[in-house]
Ligand binder design. Structure first.
Ligand SMILES: Nc1ncnc2c1ncn2[C@@H]1O[C@H](COP(=O)(O)OP(=O)(O)OP(=O)(O)O)[C@@H](O)[C@H]1O
Ligand SMILES: [Mg+2]
Length: 256
């Protein structure tokens, strides 16, 4: 059986009295593509924010690439080999495409801390290669992100994750704001990542997409994981029954 890349045990997050995430046991294996589904407010993005260190968890443990981790933020996670495309994109509005791709890991000609000289040519070249490899089309690399459409921004964020990903990519609703063509493009990037053996967590409300792309489907409901199913052992109406609470695999959650 493939090695475990990410594992959470009892992962929990409270926002004051709101129990946004309760006791989540979750696992992704090497090369595996796992979808997370669930209604609005089910705790999916909260789960992602705890793993990537955007927020500090209330309780539970996180293991990544064979060791227990406590990332202080997404840069920390990226350094360890975990890339994330957040639902509300974390791009710098005033910077152009290459600067956004290399945010936090700029290439330098001379490295003198605050007086470093950025190697813009190398970053631009690597950006062009990254976009080519992922098939993301961006009309003008030198435009600041602020002047791009939602779909183009999403393209930049996805290209960034696919360019640097080494062990795990997390995409939180990557195609929610995209047109038909752009959605197909992102789905192709995901298939490429699968062929490259890179693990993925895909959060999506689009069940067609989930059944097309994922090996396994995990359902969140009201902060609890209520189902964890291999794609072959379930179907769309079964998943909807878990999302809406008609069915549950999790007795603790059922008592809520
Ligand atoms: N910073 C916060 N402070 C207080 N409550 C929060 C905060 N962030 C999220 N919540 C609450 O936690 C719950 C889970 O939210 P979360 O964003 O994880 O849902 P989601 O499953 O990602 O939903 P969606 O599909 O709409 O993106 C919601 O009830 C939400 O209101
Ligand atoms: Mg969300």
């Amino acid at each position: 059986m493939a090695k475990t890349v990410l594992k959470t045990e009892g992962l929990t997050k409270h926002y004051g009295g709101i129990h946004a995430l309760v006791d989540a046991d979750f696992e992704v294996r090497e090369g595996e593509h796992v979808a997370i589904v669930g209604d609005n407010g089910a705790g999916k993005s909260t789960f992602v924010r705890q793993i990537t260190g955007v927020e500090q968890r209330t309780g539970g443990r996180i293991f990544f690439d064979g060791r227990e981790v406590a990332f202080k933020g997404p840069l920390d996670a990226r350094e360890a080999g975990m890339e994330c495309v957040f639902q509300n994109l974390a791009l710098a509005d005033d910077l152009d495409v290459p600067a956004n791709l290399f945010l936090g890991r700029e290439k330098t000609l001379v490295n003198l801390g605050p007086f470093s000289i950025l190697d813009k040519r190398a970053m631009r070249k690597a950006t062009e290669e990254g976009l080519k490899r992922t098939g993301v089309r961006i009309p003008r690399l030198d435009f600041p992100i602020r002047r791009m459409s939602g779909g183009q921004r999403q393209g930049v964020a996805i290209a960034r994750s696919a360019t640097f990903a080494s062990k795990l990519i997390i995409m939180d609703e990557p195609t929610a704001a995209l047109g038909v063509q752009e959605t197909a493009q992102v789905e192709n990037i995901i298939r490429t990542l699968k062929a490259q053996g890179i693990s993925l967590i895909l959060i999506s409300h689009n069940l067609r997409q989930v059944f097309d792309l994922a090996d396994r489907i995990v359902v969140f409901r009201r902060g609890h994981i209520v189902a964890n199913l291999r794609k072959e052992e379930t179907d769309g109406s079964d998943i909807v029954a878990y999302i809406t609470g008609v069915k549950t695999q999790n007795t603790a959650a059922a008592m809520m």
